[in-house]
Write a protein that binds this ligand. Sequence first.
Ligand code: AMP
Ligand code: GLY
Length: 423
Amino acid sequence: MKVMVVGSGGREHAIIKKLKLSNEIDEIFALPGNGGMAEDATLVNVGAKDIEGLVKFATENSIDFAVVAPDDPLVLGAVDALNEAGIECFGPKANAAIIEGSKVFSKNLMKKYNIPTAQYEVFSDMETALDYIKTAPIPTVIKADGLALGKGVIIAQTREEAEDAIRSMMQDKVFGDSGSNVVVEEFLTGPEVSVLAFTDGNVVKPMISSMDHKRAFDNDEGLNTGGMGTVAPNPYYTSAVAEECMEKIFLPTIRAMKAEGREFRGCLYFGLMITPNGPKVIEYNCRFGDPETQVVLPLLESDLFTVMKATARGELDKTEVKFSDKSACCVILASKGYPVKYESGFELTLPETDADSEIFVAGAKLDGGKLLSAGGRVLGVTAIADDLKTAVENAYTLTDKVGFENGFCRRDIGQRALKAEVK
Ligand code: AMP
Ligand code: GLY
């Protein structure tokens, strides 16, 4: 079988490495992938958002199955277009990917179907939004409606900050059309949990839970990033919380999407906050999380390709999705200056890995046999162990063996989870 994976980051590298273990797959293509994946996949110079190019490559090369990993092509309808050309895909169609593509859509869905989330108001007119802010409880959370590379959320600690956020989104259009509509929502508190789940539209099979570390620097300081590291499982996600999430959030979401004629097949990401009033949805993503995938998939014991095909075919009920009871930690090595401004082109030297470790390449290119940094997040260094403490230690031991002059990482990935474990 020939499989293509759309995307180019650490998440895609983790997907590719896991798919490689399947006996059924003969060749994997990455569109566009990155130089650090060249040993695991054939790189194809077609951009993830070039829907026509994806379809052309798939049909001309008799691709049997496509995995569309990033949000942009999903929201743009890559799965619809590939399906129309007769290519089987893992990933939701555009009418279901809207669950991430529009925050107004997802908030209205949750309200209609009583799925627990922060209270909110939607505004399409700036003056009305500014009026509302005058009396809104502070802190308040301002979100651009559309995709904004994970940067479209402002937690305003003062009324002035809230006003500035609304002006920059609605007047200055810092997120382009994504900010034409804004959601202003209640500020929630509590630990955050990421749960990725396979769903075929009827059945939902959650993967092992994980914890992201979104801020750039230690102790959760600095700007929000795409994620500086992850651990799995997440100690705040107890079996009681998991049961409550299944009953009040996961199943109601899948049923709601189906009832709306937007059946979701693929990986649905639940960004949850465990508030004093129970778990609530902070956000949905229509795809695997990054870097959550770099800890979740290494712990998957079932064959990923089998699970992906079952998801695409609506046969998830008959398919086992089994996870190891070990723990995993992923430390992201990013270019100094990320997420704002950084330089690329620094040489990377990667140490050997063993059966309990992996290095996923997120942003690199090959240049005359050398691997050079090419992006903000460059590497994801993952270790697995029987307990979280050892996984964290081993991930840092391996990270420290990487040669990357311009790199930096957080030194405290997993510390919050370790503290929560001993409570
Ligand atoms: P998002 O891009 O929606 O994941 O939001 C980015 C981050 O902002 C989340 O991971 C939370 O830490 C925070 N956040 C989003 N919405 C809220 C909220 N209603 N209350 C508190 N924090 C929030
Ligand atoms: N790590 C968060 C995300 O993938 O959106």
